[in-house]
Design a protein around this ligand. Structure first.
Ligand code: SF4
Ligand code: SF4
Length: 386
C-alpha cells in the first residue's frame, strides 16, 4: 500500500551507491568508489519488511552518494515493489542534490510523484549553493521540485561560510516557492570561532523581521521551536531521531546499521563494528551529563552519528554549537512573544487550536524568563549585543 510521507513512522535506509557528483564543503562521507546496491538482494529485504500487515507505516529511504546516479536500478526496484501486493503502508523517498533530475528521470518522478518523493538539498541563494555545493546551482530545476512536491521540505545546510547570509538563503527559498525549509547548521565542521555567535544572532534578527512582515509564510525550522516542550517533563528524555530504535539502514552489502553514519565508509571500521555495544534506549547513552542538566535540552537538536564519529559517544555533542543554540532560543523567544502579545489580529478570527497554541507558548516563555535572562547575561559576557 502506498501512502503520504507525513503519515509514516518507521524508516528503512537503503544505500544505493557511494558515488556523488558533488563535493560539498561539509560532506563527511567517503564518496570514492563505484559500489552500487544489489537490486535482487534489496527486493528480498523489502519483501521481508513489507509483506506482513503492520500498523507501522514505512519510509523506504534510498540514500547515496547521489542516488539518481543509479537511476535505472532505483527504477527497477520501485517498479518491482509497486507490482507486489504488500500489506504494509510505505512510500519511497530519496534525498537528492537535484543535479541529475532532468529528462527521463524527471518524467518518471513526475509520473510517480504520489508514491516516490524526492527531497531537494539546496543551500540557499546561488552564491550560498555554489560556495557549499560545487557550483551546482544552475544544474538544478528548482521549479520542478517546488511544483511536484509542494509540501516536501527542502534541506538547507548552513556552513561556517554560508552562515553570513543565512537569512538571504531562507528568503530566497521562500521566493522560489519552497516554503517548508529545514535549516540545519552543518555537523562535523568547525564552529569554534567566537564571531559565529554574533553572525547567527544578526541573521536570526533579520529573519524575525522578515517573518513579522510576512506572517502567512510557514517559518523555517530554526523558528519552529516548541516552547511548551521546554517546560514539560516528557521533553527531558526526548530523542532526536529514530537511529538505533525505530530506524534501520542497510549498507550496500545488505548489512544493517542504526543509520547510514554508522557505515564503515563513513565512520571507519572500528566504530562501525562497535555500534552494537550502545544501549540505544538508555537516556544516559544519548544524553551527556552536561546536557541532561540543561533546561534547553528538549529543543536543542543533535545528530547521534556525528557525535559518535567525532567524540566516540552518541550523546556527546559539539559544544561549539551550544552557544548558537542559546542565541537561537533567545531570539526565537523574543520573536514569538512579540508575535503573540503585539498581534493585531482579531482573536475571534483564530481557531481554537491556534489560540491554545499561542497561550501555551506564552505561558512557557513566561516560565523560562529567568533562563532567557541568564542566556542574555552569558551573551553579554561574550560581548554579544542583546
Ligand atoms: S544548549 Fe548546550 S548544554 Fe543545552 S542541550 Fe544543547 S548542547 Fe547541551
Ligand atoms: S544519527 Fe544523525 S544522520 Fe543518523 S538519523 Fe539521526 S540525525 Fe540523521
Amino acid at each position: 500500500m502506498i501512502m503520504e510521507l507525513e503519515q509514516t513512522k518507521k524508516n528503512i535506509y537503503i544505500t544505493t551507491n557511494v558515488a556523488c557528483n558533488l563535493r560539498c564543503v561539509y560532506c563527511y562521507e567517503n564518496k570514492i568508489g563505484n559500489d552500487e546496491f544489489d537490486v535482487e538482494q534489496t527486493k528480498q529485504k523489502l519483501f521481508e519488511q513489507l509483506s506482513s500487515p503492520s500498523d507501522e507505516s514505512v519510509i523506504v529511504n534510498l540514500h547515496g552518494g547521489e542516488p539518481f546516479l543509479v537511476f535505472s536500478k532505483i527504477k527497477e526496484l520501485c517498479e518491482w515493489t509497486w507490482a507486489q501486493d504488500f500489506k504494509t503502508h510505505y512510500v519511497f523517498f530519496a534525498t537528492t542534490n537535484g543535479t541529475k533530475v532532468h529528462g527521463e528521470i524527471k518524467d518518471w518522478l513526475y509520473e510517480n510523484r504520489h508514491r516516490f518523493v524526492a527531497g531537494l538539498s539546496l543551500d540557499g541563494t546561488r552564491e550560498m549553493q555554489n560556495m557549499n555545493r560545487s557550483n551546482s546551482f544552475d544544474l538544478i530545476d528548482i521549479d520542478f521540485f517546488a511544483k511536484t512536491w509542494p509540501n516536501q521540505g527542502v534541506k538547507m545546510t548552513v556552513s561556517p561560510k554560508s552562515i553570513e547570509t543565512l537569512a538571504d538563503g531562507v528568503m530566497f527559498l521562500h521566493s522560489v516557492g519552497l516554503h517548508n525549509i529545514l535549516v540545519n547548521l552543518a555537523y562535523m565542521v568547525d564552529w569554534s570561532a567566537p564571531h559565529f555567535v554574533h553572525v547567527y544572532q544578526r541573521e536570526l534578527r533579520r529573519l524575525a523581521k522578515f517573518y513579522k512582515e510576512n506572517p502567512d509564510l510557514k517559518k523555517d525550522s530554526i523558528f519552529n521551536l516548541c516552547f511548551p516542550i521546554l517546560v514539560s517533563e516528557q521533553g527531558r528524555t526526548r530523542r532526536w531521531c529514530g537511529a538505533g530504535v525505530e530506524m534501520m539502514a542497510y549498507n550496500i552489502d545488505g548489512s544493517q546499521y542504526p543509520c547510514h553514519l554508522f557505515f564503515e565508509n563513513v565512520c571507519g571500521k572500528e566504530k562501525s563494528q562497535a555500534w552494537h555495544d550502545i544501549d540505544w534506549a538508555n537516556p544516559k547513552e544519548y544524553i551527556s551529563e552536561e546536557c541532561s542538566k540543561c533546561p534547553l535540552y528538549p529543543t536543542c537538536p543533535t545528530c547521534y552519528g556525528a557525535n559518535y564519529i567525532e567524540r566516540g559517544s552518541i550523546g556527546s555533542r559539539d559544544m561549539n554549537l551550544c552557544k548558537l543554540e542559546k542565541v537561537r532560543t533567545l531570539e526565537v523567544a523574543k520573536y514569538e512573544y512579540d508575535r503573540i502579545v503585539n498581534s493585531k489580529e482579531d482573536t475571534n478570527s483564530l481557531s481554537v487550536e491556534e489560540l491554545q497554541s499561542r497561550m501555551a507558548t506564552l505561558e512557557a516563555i513566561e516560565k523560562i524568563v529567568p533562563l532567557l535572562e541568564s542566556i542574555e547575561q552569558e551573551l553579554k559576557d561574550l560581548n554579544v549585543e542583546v
